[in-house]
Design a protein around this ligand. Structure first.
Ligand code: PSV
Ligand code: MN
Length: 386
């Protein structure tokens, strides 16, 4: 296989998971803007996700968030997905929207609240059994706002205890993906604030526990690709929640704010063998002011472009320059790949997959946007937090 053919083959097998909540209404704490045609049910979210997959060819799975996507029959929901060429992906737990969780969930000082939170996580594993989902994705809004508010160390003990109980419940082919976030909603100390804390818990739990890197969850200027390289080296990178940010956890389209950073991350993924393993490439985004489906299509394409550039890095030339201590030469090899216009290559990839080379235009021509505006009248639109 030529090098170009190998790059194209890798791009054809790439899979980006889209989040059910990105298809619903969202906003900031100031205002949630409703859009016409937004899904009212988990099934309608899947119908939209099927369009993203139809036009990109590389978005075959959809992450659910419980209880936002609660249904009576999860096996039937999985069949609804299958009928549209999709599978259900990660099950995201939600222990952040109940009044009981004011002081935390699995780290709460009250054992009864912790019990409630763990029961929810166990319910999520039951849902995975019914949907065939392999990954339980855990993000905890737990933390404190004031020094002295609670015992930092005791909270870590409670977290470890809760995670251990859920870990025990996992099936052989199921994983627990632990996501960290520096701050928000807690402003003094978050209980899982960084990759090191997540890694320490996952290491203690065992091989089925891995870390999730949400690209919006770091302090400005953090070298995320270094974290990616390290976690991959330790076989503890479970996946990504991709999005981009200018300031905090902005949840904008991945690759929109800093395409160079996305390229650097994808280069470390390629370098560490993460493209062909079981790293989950998920999006975690909100489309507050832009049309949702085209924004998700664009996001998938941004991931593809960064991946294509990462695959085009001449690793032999880079290694030779690095070993020779050729600082500028090594940097030039990396920048050559980043500066390559990979759009023609991706058009070829899509044509070879039987797809339109321009997914955004193909979606616009498809009439789906007009159809859902016409048909999805009445009922309650899905929205962040509902
Ligand atoms: C938290 O900010 C987070 O990144 C977690 O992944 C949540 O599940 C998701 O956002 C909710 O939108
Ligand atoms: Mn996330």
């Amino acid at each position: 296989m030529t090098e170009r053919a190998a790059v194209k083959a890798a791009l054809k097998t790439q899979a980006v998971e889209t989040p059910s909540w990105a298809y619903g209404n969202s906003g900031t704490r100031f205002k949630v803007f409703a859009q016409q045609g937004v899904p009212r049910t988990p099934q309608e979210k899947l119908d939209d996700a099927a369009k993203v997959h139809e036009f990109t060819g590389v978005a075959p799975t959809v992450a659910l968030h419980i209880p936002w996507d609660r249904v009576d029959d999860y096996a039937a929901l999985a069949r609804h997905a299958e009928d549209r060429g999709l599978r259900l992906g990660a099950i995201n737990s939600n222990t952040f929207q109940d009044d009981d969780y004011r002081l935390g969930s699995v780290c709460h000082p009250d054992a009864a609240v912790r019990r409630k939170a763990v029961d929810h996580l166990l319910e999520c594993v039951d849902i995975m059994d019914a949907t065939g989902s392999k990954d339980l994705k855990l993000w905890f809004a737990d933390g404190t706002n004031y020094p002295g508010q609670d015992d930092i160390r005791a909270r870590q003990d409670r977290l470890a205890e809760a995670l251990a109980e859920v870990y025990e419940r996992l099936g052989d082919d199921q994983r627990m993906l632990l996501e960290y976030k520096l701050f928000e909603p807690a402003f003094y100390a978050t209980d899982v604030p960084d990759w090191g804390t997540a890694y320490a818990h996952c290491l203690k739990l065992g091989p089925k526990a891995q870390v999730v890197v949400d690209t919006g969850h770091h302090a400005p200027g953090t070298n995320i690709e270094f974290i990616v390289a390290t976690l991959l080296r330790e076989r503890k990178l479970g996946g990504f929640d991709f999005n981009s940010r200018f300031y905090a956890d902005d949840d904008l389209m991945v690759g929109a704010a800093d395409p160079f950073q996305l390229f650097r991350i994808m280069y470390e993924v390629v370098r560490g063998g993460g493209l062909s393993g079981d790293v989950a490439f998920m999006l975690d985004q909100c489309h507050n002011v832009e049309s949702k489906i085209p924004a998700i299509v664009r996001s998938v394409m941004n991931v593809q472009e960064a991946t294509a550039k990462a695959l085009l890095v001449d690793q032999d030339a880079l290694g030779a320059a690095q070993r020779a201590g050729d600082v500028l030469g090594a940097n030039a090899v990396l920048m050559d790949a980043f500066s390559t216009d990979v759009r023609p290559l991706l058009c070829e990839v899509r044509e070879e997959m039987g797809l339109d080379p321009d997914p955004v235009k193909a979606y616009a021509r498809s009439g789906w946007a007009e159809k859902i505006v016409g048909e999805r009248v009445g009922g309650e639109q899905a929205g962040w937090g509902a």
